[in-house]
Design a protein around this ligand. Structure first.
Ligand code: BDR
Ligand code: CA
Length: 313
């Protein structure tokens, strides 16, 4: 069984992704780590604990992550207009009974990676601060971690915060650049992939009729997410960003990738832009690119298969 740690900012699609991972027999979820993004970190931790209680999986530890970007001082961008002020569709759920563990997210990540070298996959569904801090605090982390599968970036397509940037990368571009150039085995799933993976209004109607384990709960929290998509996009449904990323970790045959260097713009109006370089074309002065390790970037996805698995699980 592949061991996975989900680094998350729950978040409605994060909630779907966590449930999906828990229902995937191919993987064992060994912990959740939390990060700001859709909500502030304190609320992300509360939501992570709540979701594990809904799933009946309070045996899984939750480690709280960073409250600030890696360079500190940056104003956080919180996507409450997408996910509701509580991050879970404005449902006013009662506070969870459980508490996070004493270890920080970074301590938990580095410890698990060194306990099980090469065997732990981090599925990163929010800004990459915790992962970058793990890379900086433990020089062995990048090689100890099996793989980092992340929802981040917009490769040769527009972002969703602005034309340049996708939300998770925009949340902490400096952290993202550290992760992409760390030498770890990184697989990036960007908007070029997830904007092909749509849960339709019709799928939601099917969920509403279903007595599956999470169907009724998800229908409740999904209202706000559908409302945002109806206003913001012409798509008749919602993008399955984080669930697609979990499935890319669970079953890599659902996607294809290319390999090359990814750098992240950290300043100016294109802050948060992800740029891919396949290393084939030779330029004169590109050591900031050619000397960097390659990562994998997803370029195709079997979208119907992903939606089918989400619905089934
Ligand atoms: C990403 O940003 C968050 O709003 C979602 O949960 C997802 O991880 C999409 O850009
Ligand atoms: Ca997320």
């Amino acid at each position: 069984l592949k061991k996975i740690i989900i680094d998350t900012d729950p978040g409605i699609d994060d909630a779907m992704a966590i449930f999906l991972a828990l229902e995937s027999p191919e993987v064992e979820v060994i912990g959740l780590t939390t990060i700001y993004g859709n909500v502030y970190t304190t609320l992300a931790t509360r939501n992570a604990l709540h979701l594990l209680e809904i799933a009946g999986r309070t045996d899984i530890p939750v480690a709280e992550g960073s409250h600030v970007t890696i360079t500190k001082g940056t104003k956080l961008r919180i996507a409450d207009f997408v996910h509701g002020t509580d991050g879970l569709g404005n449902q006013n759920f009662p506070p969870p009974k459980g508490k996070p563990i004493e270890q920080s997210a970074t301590e938990f990540l580095t410890e698990q990676a060194s306990l099980y070298p090469g065997q732990v996959t981090v599925v990163a569904l929010g800004p990459l601060t915790n992962i970058a801090l793990a890379i900086q605090s433990d020089p062995a982390f990048a090689k100890n971690i099996g793989q980092i599968v992340l929802l981040g970036g917009a490769f040769a397509v527009n972002g969703n915060v602005n034309p340049a940037a996708e939300a998770n990368i925009f949340g902490d571009p400096d952290a993202a650049d550290i992760v992409f150039t760390s030498g770890a085995d990184v697989l990036a799933v960007g908007l070029n992939i997830t904007h092909q993976v749509v849960l339709t209004d019709c799928d939601r109607d099917k969920l509403a009729q279903s007595n599956g384990k999470f169907a009724q709960y998800l229908c409740k929290i999904l209202d706000v997410y559908f409302g945002y998509h109806h206003d913001a996009y012409s798509t008749k449904g919602v993008y399955l960003h984080d669930p697609t990323t979990v499935l890319a970790a669970v079953d890599p045959s659902l996607i294809t990738c290319v390999e090359g260097v990814v750098r992240v713009q950290t300043i100016g109006i294109t802050r948060g832009l992800t740029l891919f370089y396949n290393k084939q074309k030779r330029f004169g002065e590109v050591t900031e690119w050619s000397d960097k390790p390659s990562v994998k970037v997803a370029v195709t996805v079997d979208a119907p298969a992903v939606v089918k698995l989400v619905m089934e699980r």
